[in-house]
Write a protein that binds this ligand. Sequence first.
Ligand code: SF4
Length: 488
Amino acid sequence: MSIAAFARRIELETRPIHPDTRVALDKRWAELPEHAKTPEQLLGKCAVGCEGTHGVFPKCNLTCSPCYHSADANKVRIDGNHTVTEVTKQMALLRQIRGPRAHAQLIGGEVSLLDPKDHRDTLKAMRAVGREPMSMTHGDFDYDYLLATVLDEDGKPAFKKVSFAAHFDSLMRGRRGAVRPKSEAELNPFREQFTKMFADLKKEHGVDSYLAHNMTVTPTNLDEVEEVTRDVLAMDYDMMSFQPAAFIGDDRRWKENFEEVTIDAVWERIEAGAGQKLPHKAVQFGDPRCNRHTVGVMVDGRFATVLDGDEPKDIAARDRFLSHFGGMIFGDIPTWALTVKVIRAVASHPGDIPPLIGLMSRILKRAGGTRAVIRAARKGKVSFKTFVVHNFMDAEQVKPAWEMMQKGIVADDPKLKETQERLGACMYAMSHPETGELVPACAQHSVLDPIENIGLRKLLPLEPKGERRTGISNGKADELVAEGGSRW
Ligand code: SF4
């Protein structure tokens, strides 16, 4: 490489905002519907949105009510080659449209049914194109599986950090040791055990982790959200995410009136569990009818939000930082490059230092003051926490609304119009390399999954009775495959 080319590479690597990110953000903003172009909107300013895989391992070995997988999902064989190949293609399109960096969920069925090497290779393929992958699981796997996924054949870590989201709630059936839980509290030892595996991973192999806790909420467990929040806040999860149930996916699992569970109803109970208000109006991903979230620092049980929508100085700082630094990438880059990048960013906007100091001092005040933070830090009781509620929509509305959108028709019916508005501002996309399209996850699950799984059943039929899948994994999965099919 010539000196000039080398210098250009270094300049690009340390440029505060990568030019491809700038292009992807501007495109994202331009394509947002007008109602979503609000001051608090983060899409198109600092984020392109979340991404997820589909049709790459549809099978699962637990049962949940509701379940967003289509009725045929368990009739498709898990096949590592298919997973790695298809994920690679899906991620390539996301890289092309959404730019060099985004969070992507490895999702579609139960990820721990993948052979650990296939799981690892898939994570590597996602990282290779700048995706920060999060493996979405029911959490019912052993430490051996985690090690076999995270460590290469030579026993050395394949990753510096891994992200997993574990789904725990009492609507799930078939977990080892809690086949039919009667309450959310009954699952606490399993929630703890999940985090312990990652603490051991760090202790023994130095691999960091980011852990999310997912819970589906229906009228049955709505009133337990408060207790779950309280209990899980004391555990080592970085994010707590709640999904009010929707009529989507497998209609054999629609057993309650999910409409009773709203974002507000869930958020109230999260606040009750956290023992305080959780301000969320300063930032928004996509449409507020789809998502609500807040990020803050938990200091010895007290949550200090990073941005408070009722504090004008916070809002002024937010706008300033978004316009100057929105789109800066901090993850997965060498420390030297990050340091130079930050120095270049600050040097180009030195006037942002006083507002930054002001914001940090307000966060410290919300957390109880500097002394309280130092005391808590000494006890290891300071951590970042994110609360999320994601509100999927019902297939009954998504299907017609999406089909009309494909034809460029704006719905007159208020419910369908709302659905179209939300789909238009979607922050959770799935990629279709065969058409070059990105599709909202609601449309994927409501319209495309059932069609896709018909094709996958032919492409990847279940193994004949008696054949066992190889690799370290949850024993139940092997049993199910040996039985030649799903448990339904
Ligand atoms: S349209 Fe559906 S998948 Fe997209 S953000 Fe809204 S609820 Fe989520």
